[in-house]
Write a protein that binds this ligand. Sequence first.
Ligand code: OAD
Length: 254
Amino acid sequence: DDLERLAAEIDRDATVVALTGAGISAPSGVPTFRGDDGVWDRFDEGQFTYGRFQRDPDGFWADRIELQQAMFGDDYEPNAAHDALAAMSREGYLDAILTQNTDGLHEDAADTVGDSDDDATILELHGNARRVRCVDCGKRRDGDPIFERAAEGERPPTCDCGGIYKPDVVLFGEQLPGAAIQRARSLAQESDVFLAIGSSLVVEPAASLPRQAASSGATVGVVNLESTPVDDVADVIQREDVTETVPRLRELLS
Ligand code: OAD
């Protein structure tokens, strides 16, 4: 079938890159952004921009505490799809994971299988919501105690240096780190197989990566419950739950 065709393209010599979005973490209980019950249904996207953070950091933090609770308030852990990608990486089949997710679950899944030189590079394109970063001195810290301080009324929470903390994520209206975008683009262009897994593929720059991969000759696979704007360049489309498809793909490799 189609997945077997895709698996046949994946061997240890091929450059294989996976791009993931909120759909891969949905089965872990982390809500997606778009669609029914998506967080942008319940929250106003416009309140979480970089401009708002700069103009009204107090109000931004008040809203961000609620968003953080809605997204990451319940315990969550990697699911079979994260685990299968971590295993593929360990087995030398996967070279990079580019993720738009800020939940840290790819790192968690990689930690569970242990460290190895073969491990795929994990690029968190939108940052990591478990951390905060001081906008002045740049120091990064575990986010939990800072979110607690903000919840108790320290808004905006500040660093020892006096600078304001920002969740260590890329906000709307904020530039992605140039080096990360560059790296993601080169990986897409170098890839022999490019897998887009659980993303609506509507937010740049991630949205254009599958097309770039396709125009450089990669075989493109899309795994999503719904159609996506890049389906026209996809060689294989699996309209299925990530926890079904990704483990099945991995099994086909061994
Ligand atoms: P979206 O919420 O836009 O899209 C999630 C996609 O996953 C949808 O296309 C769903 O059909 C699909 N999906 C959901 N559950 C699935 C499942 N179990 N199996 C397969 N597919 C499933 O999330 P992203 O594409 O990640 O940006 O959104 C991109 C960016 O927009 C986010 O990183 C965030 C958001 O605004 C920032 O915060 C900067």
